[in-house]
Design a protein around this ligand. Structure first.
Ligand SMILES: [Zn+2]
Length: 325
């Protein structure tokens, strides 16, 4: 009769962000069975974050009447610089973490479940690759357009880490001597294609623009402009907004083509808040991509919109734990 009680072990995903921490319990096949979230408490240099994660996992296991031995492991995505071997995080400034955090050691000791960690953009790439637009293909590149621009590269079925900082798509140079980036360099993709980048391009192009445009009017009136407003006006054929979006999509097309000419993935998946502009964004980027992609790459690499939204992180984080089996 004991076979009756044998259950496939589960995995836990944790997506640590600056405002919320998302959790999910998944089957090994990636089916989300439970999910919940808590607020990120960044007070006291983020000293409560890891204890809060531990407390929340323990609380929910009790709630679902589950035990540590029923889990293969916990996978987590974190901002900052992640040391995957030691399971530590440094320099996650949106969490107020100023010193090295022994995340793995504390979580394993306190929960009795094995733990593994990678950076937040990489786990989102894994999520989209596994259960989203990537169709579980072994070669998928992921770009996320949000407050910043992040990314992750899956090549030959594995995340590309290089010596630690691979996949920094946001800091690909798309315009030598272009806008100054927070990283100290000039012309990074992030300075044009992030939510703030789009607004920056709009302001600069409005300075040079003399025609009839709602966007120009709103900027001249001192109204607050967002990337969404620029995209919405472009969709309504506002001439300046269309020029701004075309310029942004040009840079995205250059970046997608450069990634693809190097790695020839099956899919380049575009996600993040700015990608809510949907096919309007995707088709425009694809037009520029076609210009810069190597001919055989043009035929074999396909651009796609992300499908998992903000669930990508927690799903991809959980998939990290599969390596612990
Ligand atoms: Zn940069």
């Amino acid at each position: 009769m004991e076979g009756h009680y044998v259950m496939d072990k589960k995995i836990i995903g944790v997506d640590l962000g600056g405002t919320t921490i998302k959790f999910a319990i998944l089957t090994k096949d990636g089916e989300v069975q439970q999910k919940w979230s808590i607020e990120t408490n960044t007070l006291d240099e983020g000293a409560n974050i890891v204890p809060d994660i531990v407390g929340s996992i323990k609380h929910h296991l009790k709630l679902y009447e589950m035990e540590p031995k029923q889990f293969i492991g916990i996978g987590m995505g974190s901002p900052g610089t992640v040391d995957r071997k030691n399971g530590t995080v440094t320099g996650a400034y949106n969490l107020n973490w100023k010193t090295v955090q022994n995340v793995k050691q504390v979580i394993e000791n306190e929960t009795g479940i094995r733990f593994t960690i990678d950076n937040d953009a990489n786990v989102a790439a894994l999520g989209e690759r596994w259960k989203g637009a990537g169709e579980n293909d072994p070669d998928v590149a992921f770009i996320t357009l949000g407050t910043g621009v992040g990314g992750g590269i899956v090549s030959n079925g594995a995340l590309v880490h290089g010596t630690g900082a691979a996949g920094e798509v946001g800091h690909m140079n798309v315009e030598p001597n272009g806008y100054l980036c927070t990283c100290g360099n000039r012309g990074c993709l992030e300075t044009y294609a992030s939510a703030t980048g789009v607004v920056r391009v709009a302001r600069d192009m409005a300075e040079e623009f003399a025609g009839d445009s709602q966007l120009k009017k709103q900027l001249d009136d001192g109204q607050e402009i967002t990337a969404k407003i620029v995209f919405d006006l472009a969709k309504k054929n506002d001439i300046l907004a269309k020029m701004v979006i075309d310029r942004v999509c040009h840079y995205l097309g250059v970046a997608c083509a450069n990634i693809s000419n190097l790695l020839n993935p099956s899919f380049v998946v575009i996600g993040g808040g700015v990608s809510a502009a949907g096919d309007f964004l995707l088709n425009n980027v694809a037009n520029h991509f076609e210009k810069y992609a190597f001919p055989s790459v043009r035929k074999t690499t396909h651009l796609r919109l992300a499908q998992l939204g903000n669930e990508a992180g927690v799903v991809g984080a959980a998939s990290l734990a599969l390596s612990l089996e």
